[in-house]
Design a protein around this ligand. Structure first.
Ligand SMILES: Nc1ncnc2c1ncn2[C@@H]1O[C@H](COP(=O)(O)OP(=O)(O)OP(=O)(O)O)[C@@H](O)[C@H]1O
Length: 342
């Protein structure tokens, strides 16, 4: 294995089977620093991968490195350096919020006074007021998510692994959570792995994307690279008749696709630094252009295509059962405007 010190995680040939179920199939993966979105339909192996990386479950095969530690050998050291927000609730009944965070701080090795100081600091960061002194059983779903977030941060880990951190949050809480995630990466140089079904959360905060399907790694790349169409394409919003500019572009060797409903024209083979050509064609064809921007692949499109491929493969292998809607059902849409970032 070639070690690339730039990556925070490098693991090879990770396989995890639960009886007859292959939860992870020979996954070889590199994760660079920054914020990485871990995506996949239900049951694709995201939580299994997270638990395996944390050494919380034993895999049948696999080796590599997590941060500066040998994986899976150095499980304890790896867990000491990671903050983990699990998908499920895991509070201790009878404790209030601040006691719950302080307990995690003390378990992580902080002394009583420092543990309390850090716990207040993290609860402030997560937006807790006086409710930190209430028993956690009385907390709403949103408050429990924030509590888990404060607990995962209290020992100041280099890497955070967040499993569905925005599940159950209302739109304002969700945006606040995304803002905190961004802040931790941008201002505090934390690396973060964000496992989620909510693609707009990935778009809002992630630099990289890893897609797992049926326990296999289907895609791992920067969001910017994944969003780039195979051929550079410009997206034009047109006032009036597009036929003349389509003809002029075609004479110059560039194919176009017109969408009547949105009144937009895609012209292929044009980079953003070649827009002067488009203005020349607009002038020649007397076409009015309202707006122009580089076309991008949507994350939804990429995800649906990748997941659909896997569903077809599963169906061909006779392994699908009734789950023919898997790729679409996997996409959860939050109620807020999809394109708004925190
Ligand atoms: N403890 C277990 N025993 C048996 N099978 C399991 C166990 N945990 C997970 N699996 C199976 O392993 C596969 C991967 O599950 P995993 O929970 O890792 O997927 P996921 O991508 O996190 O799903 P979700 O998005 O629904 O949380 C699934 O088929 C699941 O049913």
């Amino acid at each position: 294995m070639i070690i690339d010190t730039e990556n925070i995680i490098e693991v090879d040939h990770v396989t995890k089977r639960y009886g007859a179920v292959d939860a992870l199939r020979d996954v070889t993966l590199k994760i660079p620093p920054g914020v990485t979105g871990l995506l996949g339909p239900n049951g694709s192996g995201k939580s299994t991968l997270i638990k395996a990386l944390l050494g919380l479950l034993k895999t049948q095969s696999g080796s590599g490195r997590v941060l500066d530690f040998k994986w899976p050998r150095d499980g304890q050291l790896i867990r000491d350096s990671i903050g983990y927000l699990p998908e499920d609730d895991c509070y201790i009944a009878g404790l209030d919020g601040i006691e719950s965070v302080r307990l995690m701080a003390e378990l992580s090795g902080l002394s009583g006074k420092e543990a309390l100081r850090r716990s207040h600091e993290m609860m402030d960061f997560c937006g807790f007021g006086e409710e930190r002194y209430r028993e956690v059983e009385s907390y709403s779903t949103g408050m429990r998510q924030k509590l888990k977030f404060a607990q995962s941060l209290v020992h100041d880990p280099r890497l955070l692994i967040l499993d569905e951190p925005t599940t159950g949050l209302d739109p304002d809480q969700r945006l606040a959570m995304l803002k905190r995630i961004r802040n931790l990466a941008a201002e505090h140089s934390k690396s973060i792995i964000l496992s989620t079904h909510i693609l707009s959360d990935v778009r809002a905060v992630c630099d990289h994307v890893v897609i797992l399907v049926n326990g296999q790694l289907r895609m791992a790349d920067s969001l910017e690279k994944l969003s780039r169409p195979i051929e550079p394409t410009m997206h034009l919003s047109i006032i009036g008749d597009p036929n003349d500019i389509v003809r002029v572009a075609s004479e110059a060797g560039h194919a176009s696709v017109w969408n009547e409903e949105s009144r937009t024209l895609k012209i292929a083979g044009i980079n953003p630094d070649q827009t002067h050509l488009i203005w020349e064609w607009a002038e020649q064809s007397e076409t009015s252009i309202r707006a122009m921007e580089p076309a991008v692949n949507s994350l939804e499109k990429i995800f649906i295509e990748v997941a659909a491929e896997a569903t077809i493969a599963k169906a061909e292998a006779g392994d699908l059962g009734n789950d023919r809607t898997a790729p679409i059902a996997a996409l959860e849409r939050p109620s807020t405007d999809d394109r708004r970032g925190p």
